[in-house]
Every structure is written in structure tokens, then in C-alpha cells.
Design a protein around this ligand. Structure first.
Ligand code: ZN
Length: 189
């Protein structure tokens, strides 16, 4: 089922996600719905907060993006990125590695707003997968960026918090409009 994506201004986007204690049928359904919702909206990643659920769960799939490469290492060996796609991360722990690199980002909760964001180029990730099995990998490129963007969501952080001051100031009128529209729509519900 395609779910409604909540937009900037909705309080759930600022909530830290609760840890998931088990991959219950409800969690499995949520994962399936999140993939459907992400694919429908041509996203690279989607966090549970973005469908109104404050839990430590995100889904990622970078395969559709061919002009921005990703790298993957499993047990210290280079591996095929596609081998772990589509990716489900439950209760992820991310360790930042390497120097910051700039790259373009958007967010399904911020329609038509894009910005260059500086983030570490490589990350180590530990999480549970869709079956509740522990997975660990190192990644770079677009996948590292997506992992950081999505795990930020799980902690109530948004990409606007990572923008430099000048970029955010330039986007502020659009951000204010979006926030106001979201709040207005919520008040009507
Ligand atoms: Zn986002």
C-alpha cells in the first residue's frame, strides 16, 4: 500500500525513532509499504518518520541512480552494491569515516527543495535487516550519503540541519511556505 508522505512542518519528522524489538508482521507490512511508497515517489531512501511512524527503520535503494556511484565493502572486501539492495536498516548504528564531501540532496518530505550538503564520504553501518539478522558493511558514494540522510531522519534530524548557513538562508522562504502549508493542512484534519 502506498502511504502518505508527511512533509516538513509535521511534528513526527522531529521525533527520535523508537528501537524495534522484533520483526513482527506489523513491521514486515510497514517495510513492504515503505518500499512501495518510496518506489512510487522515485526516492532513493525513506525513513519511517516520513510515513508518520517514529521507529528506527529505513529503506534504501540506490539502483535506479546510475550517474552517482556507490561503493560497498563486506568484511573488508569490495562487494557489489546491488547485492545488498533493496536495503532495510533496523536500529542502525552508523560510524562516520573519511573526509566530508559535498553532494546534492533532496528529500521526499521537502518537495522540490534541493541543496548541496557536506557529509563524510564513507560510513560503517551495523543494523538488523528485514529478517532481524545482524548486517555490517562499509559504504561510500551515494549509498553513504543516503544512509546518513535516512539515519538522521530516525533521530529527528533533517537535511536542512546539515545545510550551510548561506544555503539555508536562501531556501528559508520556501521552507517557511512549506512548513506553513503543512501546519494548515494538519489543522484541518
Ligand atoms: Zn529525507
Amino acid at each position: 500500500m502506498v502511504l502518505e508522505i508527511v512533509r516538513y512542518g509535521h511534528p513526527v519528522l522531529r521525533k527520535k525513532g523508537e528501537r524495534i524489538e522484533g520483526v513482527t508482521p506489523e513491521i514486515k507490512k510497514l517495510i513492504a509499504d515503505m518500499f512501495e511508497t518510496m518506489n512510487e515517489n522515485h526516492g532513493v531512501g525513506l525513513a519511517a518518520q516520513q510515513v508518520g511512524v517514529a521507529k528506527q527503520l529505513t529503506v534504501i535503494d540506490v539502483r535506479e541512480i546510475t550517474d552517482r556511484p556507490s561503493t560497498l565493502e563486506l568484511d573488508g572486501q569490495p562487494a557489489d552494491v546491488a547485492s545488498i539492495m533493496p536495503l532495510v536498516l533496523i536500529n542502525p548504528e552508523v560510524t562516520l569515516v573519511g573526509d566530508a564531501v559535498k553532494g546534492g540532496e533532496g528529500c521526499l518530505s521537502f518537495p522540490e527543495i534541493y541543496a548541496e550538503i557536506s557529509r563524510p564520504g564513507t560510513v560503517d553501518v551495523k543494523a538488523l535487516d528485514a529478517k532481524g539478522k545482524l548486517i555490517a558493511f562499509r559504504c561510500g558514494g551515494l549509498l553513504a550519503r543516503a544512509v546518513q540522510h535516512e539515519t538522521d531522519h530516525l533521530n529527528g534530524l533533517l537535511f536542512i540541519d546539515r545545510m550551510d548557513k548561506k544555503t539555508k538562508a536562501e531556501l528559508q522562504p520556501e521552507l517557511d511556505d512549506l512548513q506553513a502549508a503543512t501546519k494548515k493542512a494538519l489543522a484541518k484534519k
